[in-house]
Design a protein around this ligand. Structure first.
Ligand SMILES: C[S@@+](CC[C@H](N)C(=O)[O-])C[C@H]1O[C@@H](n2cnc3c(N)ncnc32)[C@H](O)[C@@H]1O
Length: 243
């Protein structure tokens, strides 16, 4: 057999370069195909945390960081915090970091999303109780009337709006985006039940679509609710305090 013309250590280095190039090329192809950049990097920054994200969860958005900041301003020393529709755990974990003494509960209907949230809890060392199921349904009954701060960034896109979403948004889980025919279905269900879980003086903050303000605020039974804007000046949050 003819010996290879190159020394062994150089062959190894060149093969490593070829592997890196192939990896980079595949990342470029996936991005060109519309995959969100954060899925390729497997990480997204949220508030003071770096979170793992992949195709099992929505990429946390700056608007939701706005919800986090609003919550930190409006809640004073909350003892019990609930995050509905937690996804990667962004809000639940950031609020636990902001209020370390609070008991934090988070729910999501997707077992896959909760796997990512648990991974993020492990990486950040922040303790949250994760519950799989529909909105309030998996929460312990003992929390009824005890919640100081209730937050949610639920799905709020209408079915008919899906096709017009940007290509990379359409790659995120459909269950994280679409609420139903009108887009308000999940917000309506949160609004109908929030008062039963909040204590008197407890605060609820829910992220909404920019055209949903008036209709969303009207969904909150027994809680005077108002609409707040995001940094772009768009209606983005419904905020209420249980009397
Ligand atoms: C818009 S994403 C928000 C994720 C995360 N809170 C964030 O802000 O990045 C909505 C999340 O709600 C979950 N979800 C959808 N319907 C639900 C339901 N009925 N009950 C609980 N979670 C639900 C989805 O699985 C998804 O993780």
């Amino acid at each position: 057999m003819t010996p290879h013309p190159l020394p062994e250590h150089e062959i190894r280095r060149l093969r490593a370069v070829a592997r890196d190039e192939a990896h980079l090329r595949s990342l470029v192809e996936r991005r060109l195909d519309g995959e969100p950049l954060q899925y390729l990097e497997r990480t997204a920054a949220f508030a003071y945390l770096d979170l793992v994200v992949d195709e099992r969860v929505l990429v946390p958005r700056p608007e939701t960081e706005g919800l986090y900041e609003l919550a930190c301003r409006l809640a004073s020393d909350p003892k019990v915090i609930v995050d509905l529709c937690t996804g990667s755990g962004a809000l639940a974990l950031s609020l636990k970091q902001a209020f370390p003494a609070a008991e934090v509960h988070a729910t999501d209907i997707s077992a896959d999303a909760l796997d990512v949230a648990r991974l993020n809890a492990g990486r950040t060392g922040l303790e949250v109780s994760w519950h799989q199921g529909d909105l309030f349904e998996p929460l312990p009954d003992s929390l009824r009337g005890k919640v100081d701060l209730l937050v949610a960034n639920p799905p709020y896109v209408a079915e008919h709006e899906f096709e017009d979403l940007p290509v990379d948004v359409k790659r995120e889980p459909r269950v994280a985006l679409i609420a139903g025919p009108t887009g308000l279905e999940i917000v309506e269900r949160i609004g109908a039940e929030a008062a039963r879980w909040l204590k008197s003086g407890g605060v609820v903050i829910v992220e909404i679509g920019e055209t949903q303000g008036e209709a969303a605020a009207a969904c909150f039974d027994g809680i005077p609710a108002e609409v707040r804007k995001d940094l772009a000046g768009k209606d983005r949050y419904v905020v209420g305090v249980r009397p």
